[in-house]
Design a protein around this ligand. Structure first.
Ligand SMILES: Nc1ncnc2c1ncn2[C@@H]1O[C@H](COP(=O)(O)OP(=O)(O)OP(=O)(O)O)[C@@H](O)[C@H]1O
Ligand SMILES: [Mg+2]
Length: 385
């Protein structure tokens, strides 16, 4: 199911995108058959579809999952989706933000405490692990978990048992843990700020959320989704979006990702004097200009840009003597892994993709490409991937 804002010929002529009532709410979303779902995950880029496919697969397992991505990319939304699609969805979804609670209190938040365990512990209290029994515990900002608590977390992840503070009685639970972070955990491990054993335990199934600027294709869908949702909430009628506005929204680099986009749309909806969406675009343009690329670039971003540059030079040929992997001095499989991790899509034309889909059942790809008159140069990139 795909949902796109429609462009009528009159709208195109007038430079307005018209929100077609019949298509409102018709977004590509994941949904649950029992209808309990309240959050839509909007997007039809390959990158987000890849993530949603991972969600569908991991949800059915009980594996530990680590969600990584920049701020505002939807880590919490994905954590909830995993819970909602899992066999535990009738159980609780309990959340704990490790960065929001000071170190000494965090232990008690996680595991609970007995009355009198410390000054101010006036009553016995259950920790989040116990509250999440038979459900999912979402440990947000896991990179901020103090080092001294990390062995305790590792123990409960491995053995599903712990003791409350001030008690020697062991409590057993049945909890699935989903963790999230916007930090580079492997870097924290290298800096000895995060235990390697805990990192490997958490990172059984990694899910990497792509930044919004790398899936600009989803921006019109998201804009339409937020306009529809927010105009209903604020009882406004917004029925068109100027073409120029959409062009600028698609070009902005969105450091705050989907949350930033949502805020920009919310402000525009609230302040709209008529039914046309006109966000404060000069603000966006200035913000983009102010950010110097090097000053804000993380190591992962720099790596990503470098890989993209080399891929461009090799016309997206990955393997072989002249491929990007050789130029980067990496084994092909390592480069493919890195590309997935960094959310780099292979550039495949739809023609190429449709033939590649058949590839599973009808090799060899290259020969069929040549026989069907398709450009075999492009095929080398796909075949090598
Ligand atoms: N694919 C999506 N479709 C629609 N809304 C989304 C999507 N992803 C995220 N959002 C919305 O964007 C906002 C930010 O999402 P979320 O809180 O999950 O991000 P986050 O990665 O956890 O951010 P942070 O690192 O700052 O905690 C939320 O309001 C969420 O509902
Ligand atoms: Mg979050």
């Amino acid at each position: 199911m795909t949902g796109r804002a429609s462009w009528t010929s009159e709208a195109r002529a007038s430079g307005l995108m018209v929100l077609d009532a019949t298509e409102k709410g018709n977004h590509p979303v994941y949904s649950k058959s029992d209808g309990l779902i309240e959050q839509e995950i909007v997007g039809d880029s390959l990158a987000i579809q890849y993530v949603l496919n991972q969600v569908r697969i991991v949800a059915k397992t009980d594996s530990m999952t680590l969600i990584q991505g920049e701020t505002g990319t939807g880590k919490e939304v994905i954590a909830r989706a995993i819970h909602d699609q899992s066999l535990r969805n009738r159980g609780p979804f309990v959340k704990l933000n490790c960065a929001a609670i000071p170190g000494p209190l965090l232990e008690s938040e996680l595991f609970g405490h007995e009355r009198g365990a410390f000054t101010g512990a006036f009553a016995q209290t259950k920790g989040r692990f116990q509250l999440a029994d038979k459900g999912t515990l979402f440990l947000d900002e896991i990179g901020d978990l103090p080092l001294e608590l990390q062995p305790k977390l590792l123990r409960v992840l491995q053995e599903q048992e712990f003791e409350r503070l001030g008690s020697s009685q062991t409590i057993r639970v049945d909890v699935r843990v989903v963790a999230a972070t916007n930090q580079d955990l492997s870097q924290l491990v290298a800096n000895k700020q995060f235990r390697a054993d805990l990192y490997y335990r958490l990172n059984v199934i990694p899910i990497i959320l792509p930044p919004l600027r790398d899936r600009a294709q989803d921006i019109p869908l998201l804009v339409e989704y937020f306009v529809t949702k927010l105009s209903a909430r604020f009882k406004k009628v917004i029925d068109s979006i100027p073409e120029e506005v959409m062009r600028i929204l698609k070009a902005h680099d969105w450091p705050g990702n989907i949350r930033e986009l949502q805020n920009v749309i919310e402000r525009a909806v609230v302040l709209a004097p008529d039914s046309v969406l006109r966000p404060a675009l000069t603000e966006l343009k200035q913000m983009t200009k102010q950010r110097s690329a090097a000053a804000t670039r993380t190591l992962a971003e720099a790596e990503r840009e470098h890989i993209l540059e080399v891929l461009k030079q090799t016309d997206w040929l990955i393997g072989g003597r002249d491929g990007a992997a050789t130029r980067l001095g990496l084994p092909r499989t390592t480069l493919v892994y890195k590309m997935r991790k960094l959310g780099i899509e292979t550039r495949r034309s739809s023609r190429v993709r449709s033939v590649q889909q058949k590839h599973d059942t009808e090799p060899p790809l290259f020969e069929r490409a040549a026989a069907s008159g398709l450009p075999t140069e492009r095929f080398r990139a796909v075949a090598n991937f």
